[in-house]
Design a binder for this molecule. Structure first.
Ligand SMILES: Nc1nc2c(ncn2[C@@H]2O[C@H](COP(=O)(O)OP(=O)(O)OP(=O)(O)O)[C@@H](O)[C@H]2O)c(=O)[nH]1
Ligand SMILES: [Zn+2]
Length: 187
């Protein structure tokens, strides 16, 4: 990310909205925003493949017989940013399930993968697809399901201003596509 360019553009936006970028409260705002964007959009710097490699810590699966068990993590909280308005997606909760083959993923890595995939300019649907793809590669299994619920501030705080609307999306890969019992794990 080009921090200096972000700072210059933020200063320009402050001027364009009629603010004085040199007043005391705003003087350091361009630097703060550049730092904040670096943190909130960190995932743009990495491909799904790179995230799978970064968080691909696995252990031999000598406990779960192949195709008979699943690992489920529920209520993983993330924030994201809609690519249409650069508006915050908030109150987001991700559920992930996968059927391990030869290995199981380190548990914290599941939450790290969700966090990093969300830290991009996104669509909620694409966050689900990205998480499913990364988990599939990192755990080396074709069977992954992801469900996400989230509020979009571009719908709640502006525009239609529907403050209660929550969006639910599902992404099913492999056996999750036609196995109702597996999909039930994500309800
Ligand atoms: N499918 C999908 N749409 C999204 C997401 N986030 C925002 N959007 C939608 O993107 C659309 C952009 O529509 P536009 O008509 O180009 O923008 P707009 O004039 O600001 O639209 P309004 O929000 O209806 O005022 C809106 O319907 C948003 O609700 C998302 O994660 N997934
Ligand atoms: Zn939006």
């Amino acid at each position: 990310m080009d921090t200096k360019a972000i700072e210059a553009h933020v200063k320009g936006i402050l001027e364009a909205i009629g603010e004085d970028p040199d007043r005391e409260g705003l003087r350091e705002t361009p630097q703060r925003v550049a730092k904040m964007l670096g943190e909130m959009l960190e995932g743009i710097a990495y491909s799904n493949h790179e995230i799978a490699e970064m968080f691909g810590k696995t252990f031999d699966n000598d406990c779960l017989p192949e195709s008979e068990n699943a690992v489920i993590m529920r209520d993983i909280t993330v924030f994201s940013y809609c690519e249409h308005h650069l508006a915050l997606m908030y109150d987001m909760s991700v559920n992930v399930a996968y059927v391990p083959r030869g290995k199981v993923l380190g548990l914290s890595k599941i939450a790290r993968i969700c966090d990093m995939a969300a830290k991009r300019l996104q669509l909620q649907e694409r966050i689900g697809r990205d998480i499913a793809e990364i988990i599939s590669e990192a755990a080396d299994t074709p069977d992954v399901g992801v469900t996400i619920s989230g509020c979009h501030s571009c719908m709640t705080a502006r525009g239609i201003k529907n403050s209660n609307a929550k969006t639910y999306t599902t992404t099913y890969l492999g056996a999750f596509r036609d196995d109702a019992a597996l999909r039930e794990l994500l309800r």
